[in-house]
Design a protein around this ligand. Structure first.
Ligand SMILES: CCC/C=C/C(=O)SCCNC(=O)CCNC(=O)[C@H](O)C(C)(C)COP(=O)([O-])OP(=O)([O-])OC[C@H]1O[C@@H](n2cnc3c(N)ncnc32)[C@H](O)[C@@H]1OP(=O)([O-])[O-]
Ligand SMILES: NC(=O)C1=CN([C@@H]2O[C@H](COP(=O)(O)OP(=O)(O)OC[C@H]3O[C@@H](n4cnc5c(N)ncnc54)[C@H](OP(=O)(O)O)[C@@H]3O)[C@@H](O)[C@H]2O)C=CC1
Length: 291
């Protein structure tokens, strides 16, 4: 009991005096990351496009904790000047940026051939270019001189991302950028890692993907036989930001109940359109082509 009490005191103090930026920090996974950082004593700037939602979330958390620890700044990460301003305003307001969580992002489900050029650019600009802007400007405005710790939220791209090629390509780009920067910025005391969530329940994520219960229909593809919850992502993010991960950089942690090692969310329908094999085939091994 005594040990637990000591741990909970240490836990509350882990990030006292620290300042974090969480993009998309007012909803879903980002909202839980903000909550957990605040619980650990951190001041958190939350940044996204919907200003009303940011303000409402900040007011609620600040009221619940009795401290002004959450500060909203409207920012579309696709706009470099807004990202630059986000970093400048944070340094002006709080004097520092210890942590950056690149969580803001999203996509839509589509067969690759149905993605328009505009849709492709929207997803790549949001998830890859937006993340690049955040990384570049947090480095320029603070971390180049002072170091820091960064976590990028990507997605389960272990087997490509059939059904969401745009985001698969963008997130793979972020993962590769992370590996590069772990080396290039090590000399500046910057650590950078990625977190790859599997299917994580949040009201906003479910709303984005249409009908209620859609996520649950995927359970049989997940060895854990359940979805993840947002606190199961935020705890890993906080660990990676913390001194507990002081020798960890350039890595990706999958938070997916082992789904990346198991079944894809994509179904390939039966067909016989591959070049024929060199072994004898029967009707049973050669399904009729649907072409
Ligand atoms: C298994 C689960 C894993 C993942 C879970 C999560 O991530 S949960 C979290 C998920 N949370 C989120 O994803 C939330 C954040 N997501 C977003 O903000 C958007 O999904 C975004 C990234 C596409 C930006 O979109 P925006 O509207 O700001 O961008 P814009 O106005 O610049 O260009 C729009 C163009 O993109 C196209 N297009 C867009 N939607 C669709 C569609 N449904 N259908 C088809 N196409 C679509 C279309 O071409 C459109 O142009 P049009 O035809 O209108 O001239
Ligand atoms: N839930 C899941 O199963 C999975 C989620 N992810 C990823 O995790 C992250 C969080 O998703 P989740 O919490 O589930 O869903 P949400 O829809 O709640 O989170 C997306 C957040 O990103 C913000 N955002 C989107 N576009 C921009 C932009 N251009 N500039 C600034 N902020 C932006 C949104 O705020 P606003 O609209 O106000 O800008 C919103 O707060 C996303 O990157 C998502 O793709 C990855 C794999 C699985």
């Amino acid at each position: 009991m005594a040990a637990f009490k000591l741990n909970s005191v240490l836990r509350r103090q882990l990030f006292v005096g620290r300042v974090a930026i969480v993009t998309g920090g007012a909803t879903g996974i980002g909202g839980m990351i903000t909550n957990e950082l605040v619980t650990l004593g951190c001041r958190v700037v939350i940044a996204a496009r919907n200003e009303d939602r940011l303000k409402e979330f900040a007011t609620t958390v600040n009221k619940n904790t009795g401290h002004d620890l959450v500060y909203p700044i409207r920012c579309n990460i696709r706009k470099e000047e807004e990202v630059s301003e986000l970093m400048s305003k944070t340094v002006k307001q709080f004097g520092k940026i210890d942590y950056l969580v690149n969580n803001g992002g999203g996509q839509f489900a589509s067969q690759t051939e149905d993605i328009s050029a505009k849709g492709w650019h929207a997803v790549v600009e949001t998830n890859l270019t937006g993340t690049f802007y955040c990384l570049k400007h947090v480095y320029d405005k603070y971390m180049k001189k002072h170091g820091g710790s960064i976590v990028n939220i990507i997605a389960d791209i272990y087997k490509g991302f059939p059904g969401m090629a745009h985001t698969g390509a963008a997130r793979a780009g972020v993962e590769n950028l992370c590996k590069t920067l772990a080396v290039e910025w090590a000399k500046n005391g910057v650590r950078i890692n990625c977190v790859a969530p599997g299917i994580i329940y949040s009201e906003t994520a479910e709303a984005n993907y249409g009908q209620k219960g859609m996520f649950e229909s995927q359970l049989y593809r997940i060895p854990a036989w359940r979805l993840g919850d947002t606190s199961e992502v935020s705890s890993v993010v906080c660990f990676l930001l913390s001194p507990g991960a002081s020798y960890v950089s350039g890595n990706t942690v999958y938070i997916d109940g082992a789904q990346h090692l198991y079944k894809s969310t994509y179904e390939v329908e039966q067909h016989s359109n591959y070049p024929p094999p060199n072994y004898p085939t029967t009707e049973a091994t050669t399904p009729k082509s649907k072409l």
